[in-house]
Design a protein around this ligand. Structure first.
Ligand code: AMP
Length: 294
């Protein structure tokens, strides 16, 4: 454990590098009868991540955030190498949000020489991001399962910003009988509605100005769908609006059941409207709930 200097107003945050250190820290808390929340992240932390930490503080006595840019969820052509990394800044932000420890293992510690295990996920992992990033949810399932088994927290907190990921995590946690409660937090947004994301750092000024249109278009569309508008026309309308705002390739705009993520064409029970589209070099994703009008 290496205490580091953080925000002067807060205490130093212990940084745990190995699973042994992590388990030793959790064991001390367990001995004192304390409950534990885990907040898995890939770092480059913003207020969205800190919202998860604050929620963790409400749900448990102690909160561990993990920062690990997980190579198994990136394809070779994706942004693993250039993904933003700032451990010192992350540690300071976590300390000021009330986090109690940072778990930041190395790639070699998580995937030692000879590592040969994979997890295959179906159900909510099918389609949407799963169609465009086929390796992603298997990689997420692998690293989240490892983090769950390493820390054995009472609860883990994830963002609805990555709604499909949240549903995949809920499903494999249930399917594999992992005794961790999975909690979701609504997306934290910039003042103009853009979902906070580490990848927003890839946007130049003009792209940043057009990016909030994704959320605006989804919100208006969700409203229309909730009032019974026909889905095909609404989805086409979203594509037109975001293309006009400067988005290039649109990976998908889809209406799905809010829980199973199966495709739906009308809204008789809670649904979710989800989209992924490219703005310059940034692949932005967003989603909103669609609640049928009473
Ligand atoms: P990441 O570091 O991007 O892998 O995200 C780590 C966790 O933070 C995931 O559970 C994300 O869903 C969550 N997260 C990222 N951005 C936001 C946001 N704007 N609002 C809420 N949660 C978020």
């Amino acid at each position: 454990m290496t205490p580091i200097a953080a925000d002067p107003s807060s205490r130093p945050l212990p940084i745990l590098r190995t699973v042994e250190d992590l388990r030793a820290q959790v064991a001390v808390w367990r001995r004192d009868g304390l409950t534990v929340a885990l907040v898995p992240t890939m770092g480059a932390l913003h207020d969205g991540h800190l919202g998860l930490v604050r929620r963790g503080c409400e749900l448990a006595d102690r909160v561990i955030a993990s920062v690990f840019v997980n190579p198994t969820q990136f394809a070779p052509h994706e942004d693993f190498d250039r993904y933003p990394r700032d451990e010192g800044g992350d540690a300071a932000k976590l300390a000021s949000a009330g986090c109690h420890a940072l778990y930041a293992p190395t790639v070699r510690a998580m995937y030692p020489q000879g590592f040969a295990t994979a997890i295959s996920v179906g159900g909510p992992a099918e389609g949407l991001c799963g169609a465009f990033r086929p390796q992603m949810f298997g990689g997420v399932a692998l690293v989240v399962t490892k983090l769950f088994l390493q820390a054995l927290p009472d609860v883990a907190v994830f963002g609805e910003k990555d709604y499909q990921q949240l549903m995949v995590i809920r499903r494999f946690t249930r399917d594999l009988d992992i005794p961790v409660r999975v909690e979701g937090l609504p997306t934290v947004r910039e003042a103009d509605g853009l979902a906070m994301s580490s990848r927003n750092a890839y946007l130049d000024a003009a792209e940043r100005a057009g990016a909030p249109e994704l959320y605006r278009a989804l919100t208006l569309a969700a409203d229309a769908l909730a009032r019974g508008a026909e889905a095909d026309g609404v989805l086409t309308g979203i594509r037109g609006r975001i293309a006009e705002a400067g988005f290039g390739t649109i990976d998908y705009v889809e209406l799905r059941d809010a829980e199973t993520l199966e495709p739906v064409t009308s809204v008789s029970r809670p649904a979710r409207l989800l989209a992924a589209a490219w703005m310059g070099k940034a692949r932005l994703i967003d989603n909103v709930p669609v609640i049928p009008a009473a």
